[in-house]
Write a protein that binds this ligand. Structure first.
Ligand code: GDP
Ligand code: MG
Length: 670
């Protein structure tokens, strides 16, 4: 078989990624949350290597409003896939067929993979796929992606369709006024559509819907536009609904009429029934938020003290023992003094100080992926909606923020699922205030040195500080830069599912890999650089007193800026500066400066900070600009340097002001 391109399209949460993984044998992240896949992913079919499959983001419609819709629509229109595999969630078939009808208009050969049939069958419902297939004029294969059922049949059908491609039998499922409008418009735009290589019926329908992007792309004459608008107006008048509603009504009527014959639903699926029961509690009007807070407290407790804390101590001991043995080994082979220093004080201590946080970070991500895969995250968005509205955001923004407790990079990308530009920008701006996991080593270091008896209190307070600043910023921005209303909350609540162990483990492994990768690249290099700068003076003499080093003279200049915050010290300033490469670098820098000696670090920190200024330092690190990787994500998502720089500028200024207030006001009392 020759090269072929397949597109996997379907509603959010219909199992696209699960099917993609089954068909290609890859391990993409599956989540029980609408909008997990925001970018399209490509893979080769397992047993047909020359066939590529593209996992498109989940959508409900082909309008050009959200970026997922644009990605999917542009892909199909411009890349001309040989075949669309439309995945339909059988437990929610009416809703899913809405997209199917639009995909059919694209006139690309298509197969419907009717997914989640296991749930349909289990609850005693049934779907007459043969009949449905005849009515739609599209082959339908019932499958269960999660249980790998029906996959062979699907592959057989795919092969058959690739060999003998048949375009969708064009069922004229429009009727009445809408039918007249679509066909009249199709007649007018026929030449334009052909020129742009757009499927005629699709283009006509989009014009009836008032799709301005389509109007521009077709480059219609003004006269034609007027005629089209007249046709639409008379349709609206005759039906007494607006243009978008007219089309939606028509599609739903058609879906209803075919499902009446083919779908036998005796009861809601067990999954849906169970979800309703659970939701009575978890999305309860008053209990919803308290339950969420309890769950989060439980997660943090387990992560930081019970499991993560203990594992971290073990790992720390292991790293120390390794460093010691390594140092002895280096001495035995008689390695030169400076290289010994570089390897032990620079590399081992710099990287080691950060590495010990691996268990905590992995466990935090374990819980975050449980929240997501079980379907609870979508509920959280729902219960938080009302509160978020007060600060000018909608419940949807909550999810990126929750992910932000893990890492800002995926969090900023997750903001893509927000349909309103205003909500999206605001979410991208506020998400980094959520304290990401890379900042944990900093909290660990400062609390150990200054607040050993109140570690939990300090930890909670920093997390809350981030949230508080985000809330205040939201209120401020709502009044100024981001005026206007947030879009109403529309999100389907997926059925609760027991998270698949494979998916959760995969997620944890990916995060661990990412963290290790950073520890041995960015932090490794930063540690060497810091070691170099603090071991030599400007004349490149190797010095033992680092206060005469290059780093000291550079840092001192910057340190003055922080004097009002209570820490006018070159070491703190350079630590913050190197924290921009990766937040863990703040710790590895200070660790390198003290030759990785814990006792020396414990001695040095009080020279730099008082407990009050140490807290101001913490506050600054929570809030100031995120690391380079997150900055790059911000730039990519906002699309302009100006906006990205303004965003991190705002974050850094906010950090400065808050730390200043903490130190200055605190000084009055302490
Ligand atoms: P996507 O958003 O369309 O990519 O959907 P995902 O592949 O991420 O899957 C969404 C959820 O549906 C996950 O919790 C999957 O485990 C679950 N799922 C996928 N396919 C099936 C299936 O055939 N049966 C059942 N019961 N669950 C499934
Ligand atoms: Mg997906």
């Amino acid at each position: 078989m020759t090269q072929a391109l397949l597109a996997l399209a379907g509603n959010q949460n219909s199992g696209k990624t699960t099917l993609f993984n089954v068909l290609t044998g890859s391990n993409q992240h599956v989540g029980n949350f609408p909008g997990v896949t925001v970018e399209k992913k490509v893979g080769q079919l397992k047993d047909l290597k020359e066939v590529s499959l593209v996992d498109l983001p989940g959508i409900y419609s082909l309008s050009p409003y959200t970026s997922e819709e644009v990605v999917t629509r542009d892909f199909i229109l411009q890349e001309h896939p040989n075949l669309i595999i439309n995945i339909v969630d059988a437990t929610n078939i009416e809703r899913n067929l809405y997209l199917t009808l639009q995909l059919m208009e694209l006139q690309v050969p298509m197969v419907i993979a009717l997914n989640m049939m296991d749930e349909v069958v289990q609850s005693g419902n049934s779907i007459d796929t043969e009949r449905l297939s005849k009515q739609l004029g599209v082959p339908i294969v019932p499958i269960s992606a999660a249980r790998k059922q029906g996959i062979n049949e699907l592959i057989r059908t795919i092969k058959k369709m690739l060999k003998h491609p048949v375009a969708v039998l064009k069922p004229d499922f429009c009727s009445g006024e809408v039918h007249r409008a679509i066909h009249a418009i199709a007649h007018i735009i026929e030449d334009h559509a052909k020129q742009c290589d757009y499927p005629l019926r699709f283009a006509a329908t989009k014009l009836v819907e008032g799709d301005s992007v389509m109007q521009q792309k077709l480059s219609l004459h003004d006269d034609d536009i007027h005629i089209i608008e007249d046709i639409v107006k008379s349709m609206e008048h005759a039906l007494n609904v607006d243009r978008e509603a007219a089309l939606a009504d028509m599609r739903y009527c058609y879906i209803e009429s075919i499902c009446k014959d083919s779908v036998c639903k005796v009861q809601e699926t067990y999954g849906q029934q169970r979800s309703e029961k659970i939701d009575r509690w978890l999305t309860h009007k008053y209990l919803g938020i308290p339950i969420f807070i309890l769950i989060m407290l439980f997660i943090f407790y387990i992560t930081f003290s019970v499991i993560g804390g203990a594992l971290q101590e073990w790992l720390e001991m292991g790293i120390e023992a390794f460093t010691e043995q390594f140092s002895i080994l280096l001495n035995n082979i008689g390695i030169s003094n400076w290289l010994h220093e570089l390897l032990i004080n620079g590399v081992c201590n710099g990287v080691g100080s950060v590495l010990s946080f691996l268990p905590i970070i992995v466990i935090l991500f374990f819980f975050l992926s449980l929240l997501e895969d079980s379907g609870y995250m979508a509920r959280v968005a729902f219960v938080m909606d009302r509160s978020l509205r007060r600060i000018g955001l909608s419940g949807r923004s909550f999810v990126p923020m929750l992910i932000g407790f893990g890492c800002s990079v995926p969090a900023i990308m997750a903001a893509r699922t927000l349909s309103s530009e205003r909500d999206r920008k605001m979410t991208i701006l506020l998400t980094p205030f959520m304290s990401c996991s890379a900042k944990l080593p900093i909290y660990g270091m400062i609390t150990a040195a200054f607040f050993p008896d109140h570690a939990a209190l300090i930890l909670i307070s920093v997390y809350l500080l981030g949230i508080l600043v985000a809330i205040l910023s939201g209120l401020l921005l709502k009044q100024t830069v981001f005026q206007g209303d947030c879009v109403p909350f529309v999100m389907e609540l997926p059925a609760y599912r027991i998270p698949a162990a494979k998916s959760v483990l995969l997620h944890m492994w990916e995060k661990a890999k990412d963290f290790l990768h950073r520890a041995f690249t960015i932090i490794f290099i930063a540690s060497i650089l810091i070691w170099f700068l603090q071991s030599f003076d400007w004349q490149l003499n190797y010095i033992s007193d680092s206060s005469a080093s290059i780093l000291a003279s550079l840092g001192s200049a910057l340190a003055r800026v922080f004097a009002p915050l209570g820490f006018n010290d070159w070491r703190a300033a350079t630590a913050l500066l190197s924290g921009v490469t990766a937040k863990e670098s703040v710790v590895s820098t200070l660790s390198v400066l003290t030759q990785g000696n814990d006792a020396a670090l414990a001695q040095m920190l009080p020279q730099i900070f008082t407990p009050l200024s140490a807290y101001a330092f913490l506050a600054f690190t929570v809030l100031y600009m995120p690391c380079i990787a997150a900055f790059a994500a911000t730039k990519r998502e906002l699309g302009s340097w100006r906006d990205a720089l303004l965003t991190v500028g705002y974050q850094t200024v906010a950090a400065y002001v808050v730390a200043l207030l903490i130190f200055q006001i605190g000084s009055l009392f302490l």
